[in-house]
Design a protein around this ligand. Structure first.
Ligand code: CP
Length: 317
């Protein structure tokens, strides 16, 4: 089990985790080191120190989630927090209560931290202003998913030992992906060479991510890559384009045992989940125990979110 890292003198000065830009370089390194430390506890089913005992964590997910919601819950449980998962589908939202009023109502019950997922990209910033507890972004529209990027970085570091200089091909529906956005910001800051790979209609607007190269074919896109990170085709965010966006995609850009050979010989495949098997990735590659890091990403979700909650709620202690 790795040694618990020393808390930097200044930690998460933003007092929130809404975007990768809320993290300083020392925050990022501390959270990744702490995630690796907690991974030892999770791996061995050993009890972690109850550093959040007495703290209340509220998980408020206005959009569906399996991995993020449950791993935040597990992370809080392992650190001894009191946790409430708001049953949004059975809440007073269906009587017309606004999302902000719902969050304020939950905060008034004595929250120390609220983990929020919502389609509305501005909601998290609004909540950060009106709530007197820490706010963590568990996924905001197509914009940011910072804890997914942190767990992806933790996974890459665990697999390769380093991130600096690694070539990471983020493949597919970049345009609608909060995971792509947060990973582009975070992995670039950690010294990786990030590139977006996919057809033009799935790329973000030209004035976004101007520092990230875009490659419109898999041969060049995977050339020299250490990681091929497939993205879910986010049909629910495509509106009228949903019926045609994936037409011909798998034949040209699908990740398979054949196409992964275009990358470096030791290359690994990642996917944040949930997957559309046979749409962006072949099921056999996703299930390949040597080449696929997908379940390792899920594993790192728990210790990484333990690290984020710990850093936010015990800073300065
Ligand atoms: N990767 C991810 O955010 O998955 P969930 O939607 O299941 O939380």
């Amino acid at each position: 089990m790795s040694v618990r890292p020393t808390m930097p003198e200044e930690l998460l000065a933003a007092k929130r985790l809404l975007a990768v830009s809320d993290l300083s370089d020392s925050d990022i390194h501390y959270i990744l080191d702490l995630a690796e430390h907690y991974a030892g506890f999770v791996q061995r089913s050993a009890p972690a120190p109850k550093r959040l005992a007495g703290k209340t964590q509220i998980n408020l997910f206005f959009e569906d989630s399996t991995r993020t919601n449950l791993s935040f819950e597990l992370a809080g449980v392992k650190l001894g927090a009191d946790i409430i998962n708001v049953p949004v589908s059975a809440s007073s939202i269906h009587k017309g209560e606004s999302l902000v009023d719902t969050a304020q109502t939950m905060a008034a019950m004595g929250a120390d931290v609220m983990v929020v997922r919502a389609r509305e990209e501005a909601l998290h910033s609004t909540l950060d202003k009106v709530l007197n507890c820490a706010v963590v972004n568990g996924g905001a529209g197509a914009k940011e998913h910072p804890t997914q990027a942190l767990l992806d970085a933790a996974t890459i570091r665990a697999e390769f030992g380093d991130i600096e200089g690694r070539v990471i091909a983020v493949c597919g529906d970049v345009k609608h992906s909060r995971v792509a956005g947060s990973n582009a910001h975070l992995l670039s800051r950690l010294g990786a060479e990030v590139r977006f790979v996919g057809p033009a209609h799935l790329m973000p607007a030209d004035d976004q991510f101007t520092n990230i190269p875009r490659i419109d074919n898999l041969k060049d896109g995977l050339d020299g890559a250490d990681i091929a990170m497939a993205l879910r085709m986010q049909f629910e965010r495509m509106g009228d384009d949903a019926g045609t966006a994936a037409r011909g995609y798998y034949e040209e850009f699908g990740l398979t045992h054949d196409t992964i050979k275009l990358a470096k010989p030791h290359a690994r495949v990642m996917h944040p989940g949930p997957m559309n098997r046979g749409v962006e990735i072949d099921g056999a590659l996703a299930d390949d125990k040597e080449l696929s890091l997908i379940l390792r990403q899920v594993f790192y979700g728990v210790p990484t979110r333990m690290a984020c909650l710990d850093a936010l709620l015990t800073r300065g202690e």
